[in-house]
Design a protein around this ligand. Sequence first.
Ligand code: CP
Length: 330
Amino acid sequence: MTTPAQPADSAVWTRKHLLGLEELSAEEILAILDTAESFAEVSTRSRKKVPALQGRIVFNLFFENSTRTRTSFSLAAKRLSADTQDFSASTSSLSKGESFIDTARNIEAMGADVLVVRHPTPGTPHLLAQHVGCSIINAGDGAHEHPTQALLDLMTIRRAKGRIEGLTVGLLGDISHSRVARSNIHALTKLGARVILCGPPTLVPRGWERFGCEVAYSLDEILPRCDVVNVLRIQFERQQRGLFPSVAEYSQFYMMTQERVRLGKPDLLLLAPGPINRGVELTPEVADGLHSAILDQVTNGLAVRMAVLYLLSGRVEPGPRDGRDGRSRQ
Ligand code: CP
């Protein structure tokens, strides 16, 4: 088994945690993408495993449901030869009153090197990073950030278009409640893309032009300018009240249909983070059509998560830590 050649610019990576893309530089984002390209090659081998994280333990702490992110991190860790363990919040001692931080510190005491955390409360991974010594990866914190989703979106765009800089990327739909949108905005603007936020006025936060984005309410008007459209899910579970009259009305104006695809450039690239609601945000024909890269995103997610685990693993000492400053006890 061989580890892929380490890209030269991965030397720019010095962080122990991946909490969000807001704090990363363009060089750091590119270092992850370049490292992911190396790991994508591993997935084409008949033996899809390298020994890079042998002896390390990666724990998945998911306090929200997940299909893609949890399994992708588990598989990524296994391909790097790490041991992996899923933590089930519903069957844990949290129900007996144990605090979230005590739970994490107990998991760390079992030797965890990396905690992959998804939680409905924004800032939870940042809080954990202050209380445990191992690496923390944000796998989605409320409506705040979902860094590895945005990184796999960028990898998919770069593979399809050969670049990020100079592209026009539309983020479509429920921007207000989308952690994917926030992470995409930070990364795309840092890498020189033009970002258009498009959706009903009630689902596009006011004042986001300050992040360097254009705000638009008519999908049909912006489509001819877009190189990429990232179709976001309506997050009914995070909405306090109905923010548009009906799903049918939303779909009439914002669902990506074949007719709307024809309004775009011939090489329009369509992304969607998933889960997708067919017939709400996009039609089945569009989801499965020639412009869609939805399943490529999932494939690329594995390489991105291998890259993130690999880069972070170089920043944390294996073995017992005191749970606060990350140093080994011995
Ligand atoms: N895109 C995404 O985060 O999917 P899951 O919720 O299934 O992990």
